[in-house]
Design a protein around this ligand. Structure first.
Ligand code: HXC
Ligand code: NAP
Length: 297
C-alpha cells in the first residue's frame, strides 16, 4: 500500500473549531469525565468557556477530571454519582445547580463494558452493563429534561454510543444491545423534548485508544497489534476529534440538529464485504477453550 496515506492527521490538541467563548456562562455535566474520552470531551468544552461538572463513582477519577479542567483554567465541580441510582443523579444536579446554575449541556458518556462470550455471561453481568449504559443514560437525561422543562429553558444532550449498535457486537452482547437502546432512545427523546427546546443527539466514537482503558478492554484490543492498519483511515481516532464533534453538536451552530447520531470513526464500521476474514468463534478469539456448562450459570 505504498501509495495509500490514509486520512490526514487532525490539528493538534489545544486548537478549537468554534469561536472562543462559545460556552461562556454555560455549565456542562459530563458523566465519566474523569477518564478517557469523557475527560477529553470535557477539556474541549472547558477550552470554549464552559464550567464543567464531572460526575462518576470513583474519587480517583473525579480528581483526575478536576485536575485536567483546572489545568485549563476553567471552573470545575466534581460530583460522586453512580448513574444507576436516580437519587444520586438528582443530588449531582442539585450540586451543579448550586455551584453554576442548571447545566445547559448533558454529555451521557459513562458506560460499562467487558468482553465475554454470551453463553458465559451471568445474568448479573448483563444487568450491570445494561443498567449503567442504557438505564443510566435514561435516568440522567430524564433528570436534565425535567429540570429544563420546569425552568422553561433550552438544553442539549449528547449521548455517547458505539457503532455495534447497528452491526451487533460479538463478544460484547450486553454493551452492543445497550448502545442500540441508546441510539433508539436518542431518536425518541429528540422528538418528545424538541418542543421544549431540548436537543438530543448521539456521538459514536470509532477506535480511540487511551491510557485509561480498563484492563479488559485493553486486552481485547491488544489481540490486534497494528490498530492503525485495520482502519480505512489507516489511523485510529485522536481524542480531540471527538471533543470537537461533541462541542459542535451542543453549540448554538447546531440548534437544528436533533435526533441525529454522528459517527466519528473514519468509516470503519462500513468496512464490510461478502468475503470477510475467516470466521473465528468468540471463544477462540478470547482463548477461552470449550464451553463448560458447569463453569457459569
Ligand atoms: C465476565 C464479568 C467481568 C468480565 C465483571 N463481570 N467483569 N463477567 N467477564 N470481565 C461480572 C461480575 O462477575 C458480576 O457478575 C457482574 O459482572 C458485575 O460485576 P461487578 O464487578 O460487581 O460490577 P461493578 O463493580 O458495578 O462494576 C461494573 C463493571 C466494571 C462494568 C463490571 O468493569 C466497571 O466499573 N466498568 C466501568 C468502566 C468501563 O466498563 N469502561 C468501558 C467503556 S469502553 P456476577 O454474576 O459474578 O455477580 C466501551 C468501548 C466500546 O464501552 C468499544 C471498545 C472497542
Ligand atoms: P472509560 O475510560 O472506561 O470511561 C468510562 C467512564 O464511565 C469512567 O470514567 C467511569 O467512571 C464512568 N462510569 C462507569 N460506570 C459508572 C456508573 N455506574 N456511574 C457513573 N459513572 C460511571 O471509557 P472510554 O473509552 O472513555 O469510553 C467513553 C465512552 O465512549 C463510553 O460510552 C464508551 O462506550 C464509548 N466508546 C469508547 C470507545 C473507545 O475506543 N474508547 C469506542 C466506542 C465507544 P467511574 O469509574 O469513576 O465511575
Amino acid at each position: 500500500m505504498a501509495e495509500a496515506q490514509g486520512l490526514p492527521a487532525p490539528p493538534p490538541v489545544g486548537e478549537t473549531a468554534l469561536k472562543s467563548g462559545t460556552f461562556d456562562g454555560i455549565a456542562v455535566l459530563i458523566t465519566g469525565a474523569g477518564t478517557g474520552l469523557g475527560k477529553a470531551i470535557a477539556a474541549e468544552f472547558a477550552r470554549l468557556g464552559a464550567s464543567i461538572v464531572v460526575a462518576s463513582r470513583k474519587e480517583e477519577h473525579l480528581e483526575a477530571g478536576r485536575a485536567a479542567i483546572e489545568a485549563l483554567g476553567a471552573p470545575v465541580l466534581t460530583a460522586i454519582c453512580d448513574i444507576r441510582d436516580a437519587d444520586q443523579i438528582a443530588r449531582a444536579f442539585d450540586e451543579a445547580e448550586a455551584e453554576f446554575g442548571l447545566p445547559g449541556v448533558l454529555i451521557n458518556n459513562a458506560a460499562a463494558n467487558f468482553p465475554v462470550p454470551a453463553e458465559d455471561m451471568s445474568p448479573n453481568a448483563w444487568r450491570t452493563v445494561v443498567d449503567i449504559t442504557l438505564n443510566g443514560t435514561f435516568y440522567c437525561s430524564r433528570e436534565f429534561a425535567r429540570r429544563h422543562m420546569a425552568a422553561r429553558t433550552p438544553g442539549s444532550i449528547v449521548n455517547i454510543g458505539a457503532s455495534y449498535a447497528w452491526t451487533g457486537g460479538p463478544g460484547f452482547a450486553h454493551s452492543a444491545a445497550a448502545k442500540a437502546g441508546v441510539k433508539n432512545l436518542t431518536e425518541t427523546l429528540a422528538v418528545e423534548w424538541g418542543p421544549h427546546g431540548i436537543q438530543v443527539n448521539a456521538l459514536v466514537p470509532g477506535l480511540f485508544p487511551h491510557e485509561d482503558m480498563t484492563a479488559d478492554i485493553r486486552s481485547s484490543l491488544d489481540r490486534t497489534h497494528d490498530k492503525d492498519g485495520v482502519q480505512p483511515a489507516l489511523r485510529v481516532g485522536q481524542r480531540q476529534e471527538l471533543g470537537w464533534a461533541a462541542t459542535f453538536l451542543a453549540s448554538p451552530y447546531a440548534r437544528f440538529i436533533s435526533g441525529h447520531t454522528l459517527v466519528v470513526d473514519g468509516a470503519n464500521w462500513q468496512r464490510r464485504s461478502l468475503t470477510n476474514p475467516q470466521v473465528v468463534t468468540v471463544r477462540d478469539q478470547m482463548g477461552k477453550g470449550p464451553f463448560d456448562p458447569g463453569a457459569s450459570r
